[in-house]
Every structure is written in C-alpha cells, then in structure tokens.
Design a protein around this ligand. Structure first.
Ligand code: AGP
Length: 622
C-alpha cells in the first residue's frame, strides 16, 4: 500500500520526510519521491526503486525548506517507474500531489482534461488530481489552495488520502481523506501528515485521525480541520465547516505502529480481509448484475470464444483456483480444470487457441507459475493473470488480467490475498456468464448484491476472533488434524490445512469429505481431531453424516457452520458460526475462522507467525 508523509514547521523538512518514508517501507512499495518548498520554488525528486535510491539522488543536492511531502508508491495504475512515482504535478509544476487510493473515474477525467489542453507525463490515476487542482487557479487566478483542492475533488469518484503543496499558496500543506487513512501529527510548532502512525511516532505521539470527507490545512503556525459535505464526489459544495477534533495519543511503539496495533502482520492482514474484498470489487460491480473488468477489455472477443479454462497456480493461490473452477463451470458454463503450476509446466497440456489459461499469483513472481504461463503462451493459449503486485513479471507477461488491489501482503502465510483472489475470479466468471447469456439478470443482480453485503458479514466473523482463540487453546495439544469440506468448501479445507501446517508446524491434511471413507478415516481416533466445513448448502446433510462417522470413532470435531444451525451443535464438539450467504460465496466467509485458528495456534506456540521457518513470501526459484 502506498505511504504518505508530510511535514511543515521550523525544521528542515527534507530529512524528516525521508525518515518518515523509511518508517513506511514495511508497507511494501516500488518507487519513492519527495517535493519540497524551499522558500522560493518547489523542488522535487522521484525514482523507481527503494527510498535509499531516492536518498542517493538527494545527497547530490543541498536542498532545505520548511515544508515537504513525500511518498512511497505501491503501483495500482501504471507500472513502477520514475515518471509514475509520486509526487505528481500539474502542467506548470506549480502544484504537487501525493496520493493513496484508487480514482475510479480517472479515464474519463483524463480525457476531459486533455480536451481542455492539459498534458500528462505519467500513466497514473493520481496525476489527474494535480491537473484538477490546477484548473481553479487557471480560471479564478489567486485562490486558497484548499479551495482549489476541494473544487478539484468534487469531480473525483473513488478513494483518496492525499497531501498537496503549491507555489501559488506556499507555506501550506492541504490534506484530504476519503477511504484511505490519513493521520495528522501535532508537534511543537510543527505539523505532520502521514498514511499511518509509524511515520509520525518518532516525532510526536499526539495525533488526529482524519475521517472520510474531512480535509485539513497545515501551516507553520496552525492547523485547521474541516468537513465538507459528502455527495457523490468529495465536496458536494464548497462550504467548509471547521471541526474541533480530539487529539489522540499513540500508545504504540514504531514496530507495533506498522502493524496498526496488531501483534503480527498476519493478524492485521486477516482483519484487512473485508477491505481486500472491497478493493477488488471497487468500481467493478454493475447494478444490472454484471462485472466491469478494464484489464480484460483488450481480449474480450477472444475470451468470449473460450471453450476451455485451465487455472494454474501454487499453494494458496492454487486453492483459490480450485474455487474458481466451480465459479466458471457454474456461472460461465465453461469446463475448467486446475493444475499445480509445477506439474503443468512439465506435463503435456492440451491447449488450443480457444483455451484460456488463468494464472493466479499474489506476488506475480512465483517461478513455477511464471514458467507455466510461458508454456501456455508458447502453446497458443490466451493467458490471463490474477495478480496483486502491479507490474510484476506474471502481470506483465500475461496477455491481460485482473489486479487484486489488496495492498502488500507482508505475512508469509497468504490470507487477505486468498479472499481477494476469490473476488477476482467470481467477477471474471460473472462477466463471462453474463456475456455468454449463461447467467440471468436475476441471478447476476443477486450475486452483485450479496458481494456488496459480504464485507460486513466478514467483519461479523472476525468479531468472533476471541472465541476462535479459545478453541485454538483447547486444540493446541493435538499434533495432527484432518480438514474436511465438500464442493465449494473442499478447497477451503485444503487452504485451512495449509495455513495450520505452514505457521504452527502441526500436521494437517485437507481432504474432500466424501473421500474420507476411502482411507483417511483410518487415522481418526481421540487424538486426531477434524475441522469440518459444514455450511447450510446442498451438501450439508452429506457432511453431517461424515461428522457422525468421525464421532462414532471417538474423533473430536470442530465444525464451521451457518448461524442458526441447531443440528450441528448436537454432533460436533465445537462450532464456529458464519453468516448465511450464497453457496458459492461461503468460501469467503468459511476461510476466516481457519485463518484465525491457524494464527492463534502458532501464536500460542510462540512461533514466528509472520516468517515461518523454511518458507519465503515469494518462491522465485523452482
Ligand atoms: C500461502 O500461505 C503460501 N505462502 C504459499 O503457498 C503461496 O500461496 C504460494 O507460494 C503462491 O504464491 P503466489 O500467490 O505469490 O504465487
């Protein structure tokens, strides 16, 4: 996720904002930049790569000034490069902006601004903002920077956390927030703005958290915060209402601040699951019950001719692909198979021009998945990537694709990315189903409505975290586990078992519940518990009978079931309830208790949850 830092006060702003960027490096990024008001003009420097690369460029200059804004970029629109790095400026380099978030209507705004004569240097959505803020100065001459910003934001749909400086109204930083965190630091005669506490806590622990549709003006002598009316865009009208907001005290140290108060990145990322789903759906759900996917427009015609879909990935992404198979067959009525990338690349897959090969990868750099992609391309398939890291190799080498926009996933164990991948795959299947006439208006609209409702249901599951922690304590004495699921929840059983294995080092085996009698039931006794995914769905009764078979052999059962289910409690030893949802969307809810269970088990055992032994976040070698 991008990082923002700004400073205005009596010290030299440059080293302060660079140190702030370093505190934000943990968030993951691909480029960095800074803009500084030196009392005469705005100086700026930006580069692809690390903050250290920016520092070495700055070391050759002797800049100093009392206000600056800086940024680390996590690419969403436009690959990592010097010109796509923030800050971005207007045509006259008189206004500089750093921004976190996604501007949904940036394409239309860019066209309109180009028609008005604006010229663009980058491929980013953020650069739009600088030109939108420039327009009021062009028409009204001298106005306050905050009014130019609010006027510009009236036209923006999407999310932003931003900071702006300008030579037209210097000695000032304007900040605004909708949907992307902004925190203000209050020092002694100095003010800071940042995207999270870790960038300010080294200077001050007195902070104010901006809320959505709030903005602020920071000057060396004062800070003014105001709310603007919401409306479809930011500032329904320009009336500003000054706010008195309470000053909070950060009670974290810097390392905790990077985890937003969570003890581990993994727990933070599990709790980011709802926003990860919101971000992959943002701007892509259509009221008429379909999906809008800009990343596949170029290959739409060929995609609609697909006769076969092959999904290939590794690990958690492979399990997401297994759920995706059900989506494509149920919604798009296209036969789909799922292959381990490490197998696919050495087998002899039957591929022809109407085969679509989909490669799912959070990092976009997994060696086996990348080689499988190259093999599929060589054999003539249309290749799509479902990737989280913009500009990564798999993203670049796929013919087209869908970005997850889940933000960086720091914990080695993949959690929010899995949920985001399911979101991307259901969108693609819905798009294909609607375009091919295989999904009715009614079903499409029902699916869109439930997808919109899902983040709130996910938060309800997360609210049960303390209960899952107690169950992890209760089951932590066991060394072996069986995870069972059917149909849409069979891949979730596999994923839940992988989570437990990879961070608690306890053996866990995911299995198709119907297969239990064909062997694994021999494992069951009072020392070999089973986690059973048993939501109210068409195969519910089947899983119940599997649970009975386990109980008949003294096996303990921890079930994940649908709220209101009164039967399951009489059978299973313990139950974690999830809200009712559409059958095909239950994996997005049922995986959460399994993520939490694995997390708490590993944490209870005092293991390195974020960096488990023997594992890497991205397996870039065979
Ligand atoms: C999942 O928790 C693991 N860390 C691992 O299985 C991972 O999913 C796999 O290596 C694939 O990574 P990718 O999504 O970046 O390609």
């Amino acid at each position: 996720m991008c990082g923002i830092v700004g400073y205005i006060g009596k010290k030299n702003a440059l080293p302060i904002v660079i140190d702030g960027l370093k505190a934000l490096e943990y968030r993951g990024y691909d480029s960095a930049g800074v803009a500084l008001w030196d009392g005469v003009k705005i100086r700026f420097e930006k580069t692809a790569g690390r903050v250290s690369a920016l520092e070495s460029r700055l070391s050759r200059k002797s800049w100093s000034g009392k206000s600056a804004i800086a940024h680390t970029r996590w690419a969403t629109h436009g690959k990592p490069s010097d010109r796509n790095a923030h800050p971005h400026a207007d045509c006259q380099s008189g206004i500089f902006v750093v921004h976190n978030g996604i501007i949904e209507n940036y394409a239309e705004l860019r066209e309109a601004l180009i028609r008005e004569g604006h010229s663009f240097l980058s491929e980013t959505d953020t650069e739009i903002l600088a030109h939108l803020f420039e327009r009021p100065f062009l028409s009204a001459g001298q106005i306050f920077l905050e009014d130019a910003v609010l006027e510009g934001l009236r036209h923006v749909n999407g999310t932003f956390g931003l900071a702006v400086i300008s030579k037209h109204d210097p000695e000032k930083i304007v900040v605004a927030r909708r949907g992307s965190p902004i925190i203000l630091g209050i020092g002694d005669g100095e003010y800071l703005v940042a995207s999270d506490a870790s960038a300010v806590v080294g200077i001050t622990k007195n902070v104010i958290y901006l809320h959505d549709n709030e903005a602020a003006v920071l000057t060396p002598s004062k800070m003014e915060i105001f709310s603007t009316l919401g409306g479809s865009a930011f500032g329904g009208n320009l009336s500003k209402k000054t706010l008195q907001k309470p000053i909070d005290k950060i009670d974290w140290d810097i390392s905790e601040a990077q985890k937003s108060g969570h003890p581990h990145f993994m727990r933070k990322e599990i709790f980011e699951g709802p926003s990860a789903l919101e971000n992959v759906l943002l701007g892509r759900l259509l009221e008429e019950g379909s999906a809008k996917l800009g990343g596949i427009v170029a290959v739409r015609d060929r995609l609609l001719q697909a006769k076969k879909i092959i999904i290939s990935a590794c690990g958690t992404s492979y399990y997401a692909g297994l759920v995706g198979k059900y989506y494509f067959e149920e919604l798009a009525k296209i036969p789909a198979s799922v292959e381990y990338a490490s197998e696919f690349r050495y087998s002899n897959p039957v591929i022809d021009p109407d085969t679509v090969a989909i490669f799912v990868s959070q990092s976009g750099e997994t060696a086996d998945t990348l080689e499988a992609l190259r093999e599929a391309k060589k054999r003539g398939a249309l290749t799509l990537g479902v990737v989280n890291v913009v500009g990564s190799t798999i993203a670049r080498e796929s013919d087209a694709g869908i970005y997850n926009h889940a933000g960086p996933e720091i914990g080695v164990a993949s959690t929010k990315a899995f949920i985001s991948q399911l979101g991307a795959l259901v969108l693609l299947a819905l798009f294909l189903g609607r375009e091919r006439g295989a999904v009715s208006d009614v079903l499409g609209q029902k699916l869109v409505m439930e997808l919109k409702a899902l983040p709130a249901k996910m938060k309800k599951v997360l609210a049960g975290d303390a209960g899952v922690k107690k169950l992890a304590e209760k089951y932590s004495k066991y060394k072996n586990f069986l995870y069972l699921g059917r149909k849409y929840n069979f891949p979730v059983a596999l994923e839940g078992a992988l989570k437990l294995k990879e961070i608690s080092y306890r053996h866990a085996e995911g299995y198709a519940s119907g297969e239990m009698k064909h062997g694994p039931i021999a494992l069951i006794d009072e020392n070999f518990p089973t986690v059973a995914l048993a939501p109210k769905d068409p195969v519910y009764e089947k899983i119940l009978s599997n649970i009975q078979e386990i109980k008949a052999r003294n096996g303990r059962v921890l079930a994940v079931a649908t709220e209101g289910d009164e039967k399951i409690g009489k059978l299973a030893d313990d139950v974690i309830f999830i809200p009712q949802t559409l059958e095909m969307l239950t994996p997005i809810l049922s995986v959460i208790p399994l993520q939490l269970f694995a997390y708490h088990t590993a944490a209870l055992l005092g293991l390195d949850v974020d960096k488990p032994r023997n594992l890497a976040k991205s397996v870039t070698v065979e």
